[in-house]
Ligand binder design. Structure first.
Ligand SMILES: C[S@@+](CC[C@H](N)C(=O)[O-])C[C@H]1O[C@@H](n2cnc3c(N)ncnc32)[C@H](O)[C@@H]1O
Length: 213
């Protein structure tokens, strides 16, 4: 899986200067190197752009790598709302989004994402694109929240759904969240309000479309 991903990244999605800088800033700040893969980031840009989404919600910001990829998809007209547990991470992400030229188009809500999602529901907010990339044990709850906040036809993209390949390969080293991801994929695949498919790029992206009501 790694060799294939490295090949795809190098041919189709080599990091540009800004994304290299963002990756370096994450390391320099002692944060984990767990941003989406370059190809996953490029696919996020393409999906936002193709779908014409203008109101994007991200769950899990880290240093803003995926935030920049999402924002590149909507250009100068869209808005990104990003939920992040750690104040320090949200600050770095905010700086990096500003460097990328999206400073006025992004809002960070810090604290546990489930609390922020409840607030967004209370305020009757609606989004047309979602990216789930935070604590894996809560993915099933995040999916239900996203469906409640979704405009008909919205896309919900979720990362790390292959759990390093361990969801399909019993000989590969199991991750803490292997079972969570297996359950999540079953949920997305069989959810009556969704049409879903797993795309095996990076650590796996499950792409779900919210059906028209
Ligand atoms: C894999 S990283 C996100 C990477 C980012 N999406 C990217 O590709 O650039 C996961 C992030 O989720 C955040 N996180 C973990 N648990 C959370 C929670 N309960 N609520 C909100 N954010 C959480 C972590 O602090 C971390 O920044």
């Amino acid at each position: 899986m790694k060799k294939m991903n490295d090949y795809i990244d190098s041919v189709f999605a080599p990091n540009d200067a800004l994304l290299k800088e963002v990756t370096a800033s994450i390391k320099e700040n002692g944060m984990p190197s767990i941003s989406v893969s370059p190809s996953s980031g490029k696919l996020l840009t393409m999906l936002v752009s193709i779908s014409g989404a203008l109101n994007v919600l991200e769950i899990g910001a880290l240093g803003g790598y995926s935030g920049i990829c999402l924002a590149r998809g909507f250009g100068s007209n869209g808005k990104l709302t990003s939920l992040e547990l750690e104040e320090k991470y949200a600050k770095l992400a905010e700086n990096n989004l500003a460097k990328a030229g999206f400073g006025n188009q992004v809002t960070y809500l810090t604290g546990p994402a489930r609390k922020s999602l409840e607030k967004l529901e209370e305020n009757q907010r609606q989004f047309d694109f979602f990216f789930i990339d935070a604590d894996k044990e809560n993915y099933k709850h995040y999916l239900e929240h996203c469906i409640k906040l979704a405009e008909p036809g919205a896309l919900i993209v979720s990362d790390n759904v292959l759990a390093g390949g361990s969801v399909v390969d019993d000989t590969s080293k199991k991750k803490r969240y292997t079972e969570d991801m297996r359950h999540f994929n079953e949920l997305a695949a069989n959810h009556p309000q969704l049409e879903s498919l797993l795309i095996p790029i990076g650590d796996g992206l499950t792409v779900s479309r919210v059906k028209e009501k």
